[in-house]
Each structure stands twice: as structure tokens, then as C-alpha cells.
Design a protein around this ligand. Structure first.
Ligand SMILES: Cc1cc2nc3c(=O)[nH]c(=O)nc-3n(C[C@H](O)[C@H](O)[C@H](O)COP(=O)(O)OP(=O)(O)OC[C@H]3O[C@@H](n4cnc5c(N)ncnc54)[C@H](O)[C@@H]3O)c2cc1C
Length: 290
């Protein structure tokens, strides 16, 4: 059956088309998830609503202590952005491991989040940054914490006529650093077996003022780890404290066994990678390994 193809030039027009066709339509951005799902016979949209002609949806703005990344921003634009390269290492580390150059030149932030894979590489760092998702539909605009937006494999808090127009977060406070570590079955062009993102803010005396951890591919959706974070806040980040953080995180995640790895191996990776990501953050703030 032929697929009808639409190229709206505004958010309102795209939302109106999605509302008109309902469940038979699908938005398409880079197509790097959707086209593969269509080829595998998992999705059969009768209408494709291409978002690429909507001006401004790919803008990155950093002002007033806030970061706003448009839904159509390509991974390569994040990877090359001078501010992110200088100050938000984990965002670059997450974007630069998504597929190869071809995928990163067309794949978008909105597609990565709306596809809602538990292994999506941008989810952990955006959770760590307490990101907010901006949605626009025929009923108007609204925002949702990313933690509420991601609801399970392929499931989000987005209504069918809503586009993800942007994701926003606060600039991390001074004396903070971030890190993202991905483990795949091979070093490149690989979906995460586990991905861990961390943010650490240190007090003047070197203690941990704030620690935030999120883990991808170790539960039905990427997860923040509040039990780990509360143990670390106020603590000296000794090797013993970091190892304890890894043990708590491994107990708190809920990994599945699949073609890429067993649940036990994923849990082992969480136990190892959480301390490693935290250590890397501390090193980035102080220049010294704890
Ligand atoms: C070879 C290969 C390697 C890959 N490697 C990785 C990897 O290492 N890590 C990783 O995380 N992903 C990987 N991916 C998956 C994919 O590239 C990313 O998830 C990408 O970000 C998807 O973005 P897209 O613009 O291509 O989405 P699309 O395929 O266009 O869309 C995906 C879904 O999101 C919806 N959608 C897209 N944009 C919006 C929007 N703005 N508002 C509402 N709905 C929207 C679509 O309707 C569709 O359901 C890989 C894919 C390929 C083909």
C-alpha cells in the first residue's frame, strides 16, 4: 500500500496532520529508528509526517542558566557544540557513541527520546540533568519531566498529535562535572548493553554536595538511582564510597536478558560502571583521581 507523505512547515500544521490521521500516521525525523522498524514489518504507517522542514526545531540555545535543545537537533550537532565540548562532557560522550557518522548526521534528539528504547544513549544524561520535555499538539503546548515522559519500551507520555519540540535543563552548578560510559558488545556502531551517566558537584572541602546517577539498558526504561544519590550526598567520595554506590545501583536496577547480554552481566556492568563514571566526574572537577 502506498504511503502518503507530508512535509509540514510549522509545528501547528504537523500537529493538525497528526490529529487528522490519528493512529495510522507517524512523524518521521531522521528515520533511523522508524524506517528500520517499517522494513522489519513492526510499523506500518499509512501517512508519514516529515518534521524536517519545520524551521527552528534544530536550534540549540544556552542563555540565562538554561540549555534548550530543539527536538530536531542532530546528534552530530550536539557532539560538535563548543559549549557542550567544554562544559557538558557527558552530553558529548552520549551523542558521539550513537551509531556511526551517517546515523548521527540524520538521527535526532526527538527521535531518540520518542522511540523510547531502554538503551537510547541520550536518556541517562538527560535524566541526570533533570531535563524537561517540551511538547506541542493541537491542544497547545505543555512540558513534562523526562522521568515522567519515558514510560517503558516504546512508550512515552506523548499524545499522538504531539511533537517533541525541545528538551531543556539547567546549566550544572559550579564545581560540577558529568560523565557517560557506554558498554556495548563492541566499541563502535553498537547499541548499549549498559550505559551509565553521572553528575557530581563538589563542596569547597571536597565532599560531595550533589551526585546524580542514571542507568540505561538495565531496566524497561532508563532510570535515575535515588538510593545511590542519597548515600553519596555529603560523603567523601573515597574508593570505598564509590564501590558501595556501584553495589547499591546493581541491586536497584532491573535488567533483562536478551540477545546482547544476560541480566547477570548487565548487573555486573552497573556495579563496575557506576563507580567508574563517578570517579571520572570527580577527576574532571579536581584534576585528581580519588
Ligand atoms: C545503524 C544504527 C545504529 C544506531 N545506534 C544507536 C546507538 O548507538 N544509540 C542509540 O541510542 N540509538 C542508536 N540508533 C537508533 C537511532 O539512530 C536513534 O534513536 C535516533 O536518535 C533516532 O532519531 P531519528 O530522528 O532518526 O528518529 P525517527 O526514526 O525519525 O523517529 C523515531 C520515532 O520517534 C518519533 N519522532 C521522531 N521525532 C519526533 C518528534 N520531534 N516529536 C514526536 N515524535 C517524534 C517517530 O514518529 C518515531 O516513532 C541506531 C540506529 C541505526 C540505524
Amino acid at each position: 500500500m502506498a504511503i502518503e507523505y507530508f512535509e509540514p512547515t510549522s509545528v501547528a500544521e504537523a500537529a493538525a496532520l497528526a490529529a487528522r490521521f490519528g493512529a495510522s500516521a507517524s512523524f518521521i525525523a531522521g528515520g533511523t529508528d522508524l524506517v528500520i522498524q517499517m522494513r522489519r514489518g513492526l510499523r506500518h504507517p499509512a501517512q508519514l509526517i516529515d518534521l524536517q522542514r519545520i524551521a527552528g526545531l534544530d536550534a540549540i540555545a544556552i542563555a540565562g542558566g538554561q540549555i534548550r535543545i530543539g527536538g530536531l537537533t542532530r546528534h552530530r550537532a550536539i557532539e560538535r557544540h563548543p559549549y557542550f565540548r567544554a562544559s557538558l562532557h557527558a552530553l558529548v560522550e552520549s551523542a558521539e557513541v550513537i551509531g556511526g557518522f551517517q546515523v548521527r548526521n540524520v538521527g535526532t534528539v526527538g527521535g531518540n527520546l520518542c522511540n523510547a528504547s531502554p538503551a537510547a544513549d541520550l536518556s541517562p544524561i538527560l535524566l541526570v540533568l533533570d531535563a524537561t520535555v517540551h511538547l506541542a499538539g493541537t491542544g497547545g503546548e505543555r512540558t513534562l519531566p523526562l522521568a515522567d515522559f519515558l514510560q517503558g519500551p516504546g512508550r512515552t507520555g506523548r499524545a499522538p498529535d504531539e511533537l517533541l519540540t525541545a528538551v531543556s535543563c539547567a546549566v550544572p552548578p559550579p564545581a560540577s562535572a558529568t560523565a557517560f560510559i557506554k558498554q556495548g558488545r563492541r566499541a563502535a556502531m553498537e547499541i548499549s548493553v549498559v550505559g551509565v551517566a553521572a553528575l557530581v558537584t563538589l563542596a569547597a572541602d571536597g565532599r560531595c554536595l550533589d551526585a546524580r546517577i542514571a542507568v540505561g539498558a538495565a531496566a524497561p526504561q532508563a532510570l535515575r538511582m535515588p538510593a545511590v544519590e542519597s548515600v553519596l550526598r555529603g560523603a567523601a567520595l573515597s574508593e570505598a564510597a564509590l564501590a558501595e554506590a556501584g553495589r547499591i545501583a546493581a541491586a536497584a536496577c532491573a535488567p533483562l536478558s536478551d540477545v546482547r547480554a544476560s541480566a547477570a552481566y548487565r548487573r555486573h556492568l552497573v556495579r563496575v560502571l557506576v563507580p567508574r563514571a563517578l570517579r571520572r566526574c570527580v577527576q574532571r572537577v579536581t584534576g585528581v583521581t580519588p
